[in-house]
Design a protein around this ligand. Structure first.
Ligand SMILES: [Zn+2]
Length: 283
């Protein structure tokens, strides 16, 4: 069995094995500091500079890492929106809508038009819109990471079918949409252009302990597909709730699906203080 449970509240860290944990906790703190530095840089840069298109955040696709969607713009559309639907065989309805850059998310509702929608304020005058959500995935006013799920794609409001209506605005004015710094074309129908998302968020983590079993599903009775002999850098594709795993009096029922190991581990063994990992979509 793995021996390094995490996700204890801070008070619990002053436990009997605190000395044994110290080196790893320091490592985690260094990683955290680096992350905060990165976040600080990305948040501060647009705000300090005079806003301009060349200083936009590095927007990524508003749908999950690895998926391919097609998009179109219709002439009656508000502003410079593009509407996205999946073109990789997956279902558009029910798929996560994700933040194309970090910022502060607010919830809105306009039943006769945009339906349930999220606005993310990225600073520097930049905002992105995500319309027609089936439901919200973040609290009103939440800070969100790039790639973090903000809603569930749907067809609320004035919409004829599930899609993400997506916009980028500078000081309230709709801009031509740019992804990874490149302007997208504005085709009049779907199927002409496709976009594959590299909006993978901060999904690289390190595991704890030795002998951590990777299972075929988020259940303790699921077959073991491989075992992590020691702390391992992992790419977390998504997370979901499964069997609760208890260690040192703390219980976590969130599990991460590891891309390279092709299986699940309990988030107890992911070196991160939160039970549910930030910026990681739901499976
Ligand atoms: Zn639209």
């Amino acid at each position: 069995m793995p021996r390094r449970p995490r996700h204890s509240p801070a008070a619990a860290r002053a436990s009997a094995d605190a000395a044994a944990r110290r080196p790893a906790r320091r490592a985690a703190a260094v990683v955290l500091a680096a992350l905060l530095a990165l976040l600080g840089l990305t948040a501060a840069a647009p705000a300090q500079a005079e806003a301009g298109p060349e200083l936009a955040p590095n927007f990524k696709a508003p749908f999950p890492c690895g998926q391919q969607w097609t998009y179109s713009h219709h002439s009656a559309e508000v502003r410079r929106a593009l509407d996205f639907i999946r073109s990789d065989g997956g279902s558009t309805a029910g798929t996560p809508t994700v933040a194309s850059a970090a910022g502060t998310a607010t919830r809105h509702s306009q039943p006769s038009g945009a339906g349930n929608y999220i606005v993310i304020d990225h600073g520097g005058g930049w905002k992105t819109y995500y319309f027609h959500l089936a439901s919200f995935s973040v609290a009103d006013g939440a800070s969100v990471a790039q790639g973090q799920q903000v809603g569930v794609t749907g067809s609320t409001g004035n919409s004829s079918g599930a899609h993400i209506h997506y916009e980028q605005l500078l000081n309230g004015v709709g801009q031509d949409i740019r992804i990874n710094g490149s302007a997208l074309p504005y085709p009049g129908s779907y199927g002409q252009y496709h976009l594959r998302s590299d909006n993978c968020g901060n999904t690289n983590f390190t595991t704890w302990g030795s002998g951590v079993r990777v299972r075929a599903d988020a259940r303790l009775d699921a077959p073991v597909v491989t075992t992590l002999s020691g702390p391992t850098g992992v790419f977390v594709e998504c997370q979901k709730q499964g069997d609760p795993v208890t260690a040192e009096g703390y219980t976590n029922d969130w599990w991460s699906r590891l891309r390279d190991q092709r299986g699940f581990i309990s988030n107890i063994y992911i070196d991160h203080p939160d039970a549910k990992l930030p910026g990681v979509p739901l499976c």
